[in-house]
Design a protein around this ligand. Structure first.
Ligand SMILES: [Zn+2]
Ligand SMILES: [Zn+2]
Length: 820
């Protein structure tokens, strides 16, 4: 046994072991081992944002606890790490940094800037992941912006195209006018904004009458293609089929009937514009109405807007309302609190535009998604309904093309003369159609030799929603199915509708199989005030600050213990401080144990008999092992960490060690055999605590293990020692019950000393214990010397009778009287 340094210095210990573990290579997945069972973690590759926040700490702590636990359970664990580079947010940041718009510079130049920014961001995030001590296999590191990763994204597109899942269509899509790209439903956020409800008169053709329409988007009036009422609404159904005049543009449109109109909403008369919202899209399709495209890609009114052409949406709204007012067609304006869809990257109001886009057929898979989601194990279970509800709520297929620059190219060309689509062959990828022609002599349809490349690129989720297969080695390793489906896909609650969903549809379409067997969900990290953590609320805490101040192990305890898996957890400094205090306690008790274990050789075959308190703590340790193992199997990390802390701090340190240390210091009084029994117990129980804690606080437990146990146990690292098996034979209810009574008596005496303002080691002249029965008296007598030694009692007298005038001991029929 080596002595431990005097002070617990987490920064030295943590850095040392992080380097050592890397050198030992214990986190490398063994691709050649066939005997050990495998366990694969589908680490979601993060967008490099340059900012590792407390939410990331929570995610990675969860991933890492699972990885370390499974490794100790004997699994060959694959814990990969990638970077999901092609984010729209990166393009936006480059535009800001360089003070340009992406279309102002050659795509190559723009791409290079994006790559440089990504490299910087990855370095920053990686630094925090390393400091957190994650047991990642860094030999697996990848970037989705590398052509070798494009290859996988493009290949999966080609395969899905051949299977009929990919199609092009002119269909309304969510469009961000600032980013000038289509975006998916999942990229639309909703924000509460103050708007205005305008009551506008639409004249009925050939009469002096009008209908009143309430709208929050008057700027769309030039694109009005119909007016709609409910057929059962007696106020208006007489107008169905009649013509009505659209103000401002003086277009004549029909009044149509639709049960979907809510007579109690607004005025009960609705204008249909192409496209004001998703409801308009449905109505236009259902009634086969014409489409008037009103907006340009960058959010201005086009030539169909007549005199408003060239204005921005906001300018047009103002101008149209003024004109309506001047024409006497604006009846009134009311304030309106509304929820509007905004681009989740730049917060611009999302519009709906018709564009030719690439789509993946996802809605045909909704039943399959529901069935599969029900088969997957969810931690916690109720999270699966989020995925199922989302899948069922989708109105449109997934629009997978984007009008961006920094993304994986779509491997497709078109024949210049006949428009025939030429799909890249599987062997051509990675390929950028903008830089290379298709490897065919001529158009198979018309024989032309000129081709136009596809300029659109893939949605980022096309890169990141094949990770389960990619991590397993697809398409390069023949044995990739060994690691597929992934054993666990860990994910944040906020990205179930994206990550968990896209992974599911994509792999179901490609391979007809679920991508993951289980899904581990973490909640959000809130500020200490319980509100969402944000810089503007001044409740934001940066992860590097926490790691620098308290180190990884204390921070990981906050993450593991902060709340139930899947629930939102607040960040509070005192929680991390509590974690640190626990670690200091464990450090100090280990140093103390090294003293108490002087002369003890774990392998020595000495004769000893376990005493009642030894058996008591061993039985409790067994129970703890069972509880912690069960919690780890269910990913209830907060339960595991709480159990371990309570056991270690109170049962083990405050009671057991206090109760036996006198015996360890004075073998002459108690006998060598009793000392050996206590040493054996102390040594074994502390080791058990270290093992159970190892997945959560890997650094400190390793340091103590290396000092005290490595020589005897022989494992290179505690991290690869086998997880302790729960042994029910070591559990003994009777022993525990008796031990609990002894602890209660000792606790009573301590309390008595405290109430008399005496130090804990103050001598006691006599202690009279009234045990209530001969049987209980026997139990107490058997550990009389432990009680006496621990509490410095000169004389203990145990009586079988019951008395009620002394100090009562908890729920027992036991009381005592004390004389100092
Ligand atoms: Zn945007
Ligand atoms: Zn052709």
């Amino acid at each position: 046994m080596q002595p431990l340094p005097k002070k617990y210095k987490f920064s030295e210990i943590e850095r040392k072991w992080q380097q050592k573990w890397e050198e030992l290579g214990i986190y490398h997945f063994d691709w050649n081992a066939t005997s050990r069972p495998v366990f694969s973690i589908d680490t979601p590759p993060p967008y490099p944002s340059g900012n590792f926040h407390m939410g990331n700490i929570l995610n990675w702590t969860y991933f890492d606890i699972v990885a370390r636990y499974k490794r100790m359970r004997g699994f060959n664990v694959l814990f990969p790490q990638g970077w999901d580079c092609h984010g729209l947010s990166i393009e936006i940041q480059v535009e800001k940094e360089q003070k340009i718009r992406k279309r102002d510079v050659p795509p190559d130049q723009f791409r290079k800037w994006c790559e440089q920014l990504i490299e910087r961001y990855i370095a920053l995030m990686k630094d925090s992941i390393l400091k957190l001590g994650c047991s990642i296999d860094w030999t697996t590191e990848y970037c989705t912006m590398d052509p070798d990763y494009w290859r996988r994204t493009q290949l999966s597109f080609i395969l899905l195209h051949k299977k009929g899942f990919m199609y092009q269509g002119t269909h309304p899509v969510n469009w961000c006018p600032r980013c000038e790209t289509a975006i998916a439903d999942a990229e639309v956020d909703y924000e509460k904004r103050q708007g205005a409800l305008n009551y506008i008169r639409f004249p009925l053709e050939g009469t002096s009458e009008h209908l009143l329409i309430a709208t929050s988007r008057p700027e769309f009036i030039p694109a009005c293609v119909a007016v709609e009422v409910n057929p059962d609404d007696e106020r208006f159904n007489k107008y169905i089929g009649k013509n009505i005049v659209v103000p401002v543009v003086n277009r004549i449109v029909k009044i149509i009937a639709d049960e979907a109109v809510d007579p109690s909403f607004g005025t009960g008369v609705v204008m249909i514009c192409t496209y004001g919202d998703k409801e308009d899209v449905k109505t236009v399709m259902k009634h086969k109405l014409p489409v008037v495209r009103l907006l340009t890609d960058n959010g201005r009114i086009n030539e169909n807007g007549g005199k408003y052409a060239g204005l921005t949406i906001n300018q047009a709204r103002k101008a149209i309302v003024e004109d309506l007012d001047a024409a006497g067609l604006l009846e009134k304006v009311e304030k309106l609190a509304q929820e509007v869809g905004v681009c989740d990257r730049c917060k611009t109001h999302v519009e709906i535009l018709e564009h030719k886009q690439w789509f993946m057929k996802t809605r045909v898979l909704t039943d399959e998604v529901e069935k599969t989601a029900n088969e997957v194990v969810w931690y916690p279970d109720y999270m699966k309904t989020r995925l199922i509800d989302w899948a069922k709520s989708l109105d449109w297929d997934w629009v997978i093309s984007r009008q961006r620059v920094f993304a994986t190219p779509i491997p497709v060309w078109y024949c210049k003369s006949c428009g025939e689509l030429i799909l890249a062959e599987e062997e051509w990828v990675p390929i950028d159609p903008k830089l290379e022609n298709p490897r065919v002599d001529k158009c198979p349809k018309c024989g032309s030799r000129e081709f136009i490349p596809e300029r659109d690129v893939f949605d980022t989720w096309m890169d990141s929603s094949i990770t389960c297969a990619v991590h397993a080695g697809w398409p390069d390793r023949e044995d990739w199915k060994r690691l597929f489906p992934a054993d666990v896909h860990p994910s944040g609650i906020d990205i179930i509708r994206t990550w968990a969903y896209y992974l599911m549809v994509r792999h179901l379409a490609l391979f007809g199989e679920t991508p993951y067997k289980s899904c581990l969900i973490n909640g959000m990290v809130l500020g200490s005030d319980g509100r969402k953590m944000s810089k503007s609320l001044k409740n934001y805490v940066a992860a590097p600050e926490v790691l620098d101040k308290y180190g990884s192990d204390a921070t990981r305890q906050w993450a593991a213990g902060g709340g139930a898996t899947g629930s939102d957890i607040p960040f509070r400094w005192p929680d991390v401080e509590y974690g640190r205090r626990f670690l200091v306690k464990l450090w100090n008790v280990s140093k103390f144990a090294i003293n108490l274990l002087e002369g003890y050789t774990p392998s020595g075959k000495s004769e000893f008999e376990l005493q009642p308190l030894d058996k008591w703590v061993l039985s409790k340790a067994e129970k703890l092992t069972q509880k912690v193992t069960e919690a780890m199997e269910k990913c209830q990390f907060n339960v595991a960490v709480e159990e371990i802390r309570t056991f270690t701090w109170h049962l083990f340190c405050d009671y057991y060690i206090e109760a036996v240390k006198d015996k360890l210091y004075n073998p002459d009084v108690y006998g060598q055999a009793k000392k050996l029994a206590a040493q054996h117990t102390l040594y074994g129980v502390l080791y058990r605590v270290l093992q159970l804690l190892a997945p959560m606080t890997p650094h400190l437990t390793e340091e103590i293990y290396q000092s005290m146990y490595a020589e005897d146990k022989g494992f290179e690292s505690l991290q690869i020692s086998p997880w302790p098996e729960y042994n029910p034979e070591l559990e003994n209810e009777a022993v525990e019950k008796n031990g609990d009574l002894i602890m209660a008596i000792m606790s009573g005496v301590r309390q008595d000393k405290a109430e008399n303002k005496l130090p804990l080691n103050a001598p006691v002249k006599t202690l009279d214990i009234y045990s209530g029965s001969a049987e209980t008296a026997n139990v107490i007598n058997s550990v009389k010397e432990d009680i006496a030694g621990t509490l410095k009692i000169a004389d203990i007298r145990v009586h079988p009778e019951k008395r009620s005038d002394g100090r009562q001991i908890g729920p027992y029929d036991v009381s005592f009287q004390i004389e100092y």
